[in-house]
Design a protein around this ligand. Structure first.
Ligand code: TYM
Length: 327
């Protein structure tokens, strides 16, 4: 199967992104044709300092590699290196309705958080996301729960285009894991862990040093009834159980047994250590990749070439179908 997914280089890669997305990508890359991107054009919907933005894109790419995404198995690239994304976006935006975009909950949410910068890009962002996916004829798109609505729109656009112009796009299926698809904030377990959260204690970055990881878990907000069980009315504890399970491989039930009769203090320390231990090798590799910028850029360029080749094939087809004169 052809798999496509991406991550925006804003804030830091959190354990939410890791559990909800990257961990699933790693499991898929051995037996599928995978394409993963750093969606830096999407990130421009929020104001970015150019120097920091460039550095963060490089850092995210190094984190992809450090997590185990392998350029020999998967196509790994940076979105802005493949101009076909914006070209297809324009065509698709001419067949997407304002009413559809207006229903996107993430647009509403982000507009509320960036009242001084509600730009057109923020509004048309889901069309760019549809272009990302449809350019590569992806069968499946592994994402966290928060991207479900965007993906449904991408499917609708694909079906609409196919109906109007004949079979062109593959209609992509979402792949949302049953567990870990919504890791929540350590400070407000009713909200998703967001990489751009201003509260440093709310998120854990995959490159946070072990002592910082431990401190953040120690401060995690829970409830006061000292039972370590997964339940809807215990969002903080349930979130910690999901994180623990994702990083140790124990099921939730096994983890509940492991911590039966233990207090929240011990549990938080155990979750913190499980995360810090699992991330240590990733962090070592990250430092290695980041120290060789030339090699990073070489891998990036090679990925962009492979992606462009695939993207151009689809774009040419689309241009012909809509009636552009194609040389
Ligand atoms: P982004 O950058 O916000 O997040 C990257 C991936 O991480 C998942 N995720 C989470 N999963 C579980 N718990 C969380 N707290 C959590 N937070 C984030 C997201 O669902 C996502 O899978 N628009 C996308 C990036 C994108 C994309 C695409 C994705 C651009 N083009 C094409 C798929 C296909 C975004 O902003 O993800």
């Amino acid at each position: 199967m052809r798999i496509y997914s991406a991550i925006q280089p804003t804030g830091c890669i959190t354990i939410g992104n890791y559990i909800g997305a990257i961990k699933n990508w790693l499991a898929l890359q051995d037996d599928n044709e995978c394409i993963f991107s750093i969606a830096n054009q999407h990130a421009l919907t929020v104001r970015q300092d150019p120097q920091e933005f460039r550095a963060r894109t490089l850092s995210f790419f190094a984190q992809f590699l450090a997590c185990g995404l392998d350029p020999e198995k998967s196509v790994l690239y940076v979105q802005s290196h493949v101009h076909q994304h914006s070209e297809l976006q324009w065509i698709l935006s001419c067949m997407t309705y304002i009413g559809e975009l207006d229903r996107m909950t993430q647009f509403k949410d982000k507009s509320r958080k960036n009242e001084d910068n509600i730009n057109a890009g923020l509004f048309t962002y889901p069309v760019l996301m549809a272009a990302d996916i449809l350019l590569y004829k992806a069968d499946m798109v592994p994402v966290g729960k928060d991207q479900k609505q965007h993906l449904e729109l991408a499917r609708d656009i694909a079906v609409r285009f196919n109906n109007r112009y004949g079979e062109t796009f593959v209609v992509p299926e979402p792949y949302i894991a049953k567990q870990g698809a919504k890791i929540t904030s350590l400070q407000n377990p009713l909200e998703k862990m967001s990489k751009s959260d201003k509260d440093q204690n709310a998120t854990v970055s995959i490159i946070d040093p072990p002592d910082v990881i431990m401190r953040k878990f120690k401060r995690a907000v829970t409830d006061s009834d000292n039972r370590i069980v997964f339940s809807e009315d215990k969002p903080g504890i349930s979130n910690l159980l999901s994180i623990y399970s994702a990083f140790t491989g124990e099921t939730i039930e096994e983890a509940e047994k492991t911590f039966e009769g233990k207090g929240y203090g011990d549990f938080k320390l155990a979750v913190g250590s499980a995360v810090a231990d699992a991330l240590l090798p990733v962090q070592k590799k990250y430092e290695e990749y980041l120290s060789d910028k030339a090699e990073l850029e070489r891998i990036m360029k090679a990925g962009a070439e492979k992606a462009s080749y695939l993207a151009e094939r689809t774009l040419q087809k689309v241009k012909k179908k809509v009636g552009f004169i194609v040389s």
